[in-house]
Write a protein that binds this ligand. Sequence first.
Ligand code: APR
Length: 252
Amino acid sequence: MNASLFSERLEHLLATVHSVTVLTGAGVSAESGVPTFRDPGGLWSQFRPEELANVDAFMRNPQLVWEWYTYRKRMISDVSPNPGHFALAEMEGFVGDFTLLTQNVDNLHQRAGSSDVVELHGNIHHRFCMDCGQDAVEIDGSERSVVPRCVSCGGLLRPGVVWFGEMLPGEQLRRASDAAARCQLFLSIGTSGEVYPAAQLPSLAREHGAYVVEINPRSSSIAHRMHECIEGVSGIVVPAMLEIMRRARRTA
Ligand code: APR
């Protein structure tokens, strides 16, 4: 892999940076075999988000929504993290101030060894009660009913993910905004930049002086806000970035 994938400025930054914030989307899991949402053949071309990913749809037909999340959980448990996930987990050890923000609910960053991942859209393994709000432990497939109930109050349990029309978890959003505002380098990896407020974070970083870079085989909707766009897949580009960091730290 020749280093000319990156501008001289980015190469220098990768070799010297001490504060990096990364935002990932579904594209970072594509090479693991997890379909993205908006690419051709993606989840939203097969399924209707208005029937599956909002609270009204859930109240109308909780069984359908749970069946969909069970299908996605099975798909995710059958795949493994890819070199893009592993490189981000390793990058954490090379940068003093490293923050990984993700829109993904698939837990693949954590399975690759990333710690303290800021989950902006929740996690597919989490669930909580619609009535009492209590978090509920995920039980393995032995559950009798497709629609799990709260053990304390008997209320409907829902997947612990953020649905369309819902606010992001306050603490996660605060941490994400802080990390975007203080970093020297912001990497936006595998996201179409269609969903807010996550898609606002690269601009926030740029406004606070960070160098903002997109990694995506196709230009996203926010590509115009970047300093540099690298047209490539994360499973190749992120390991190449890591190699520059590794080399620089070896010779330092
Ligand atoms: N490496 C890098 N980027 C990739 C790769 C890859 N191997 N494969 C695809 N991509 C890019 C696509 O070009 C696209 O721009 O990943 C992006 C995926 O975009 P979306 O499917 O829109 O996913 P995302 O941006 O994460 O969606 C945001 O929308 O549906 C909701 O809650 C859901 O978190 C999700 C949010």
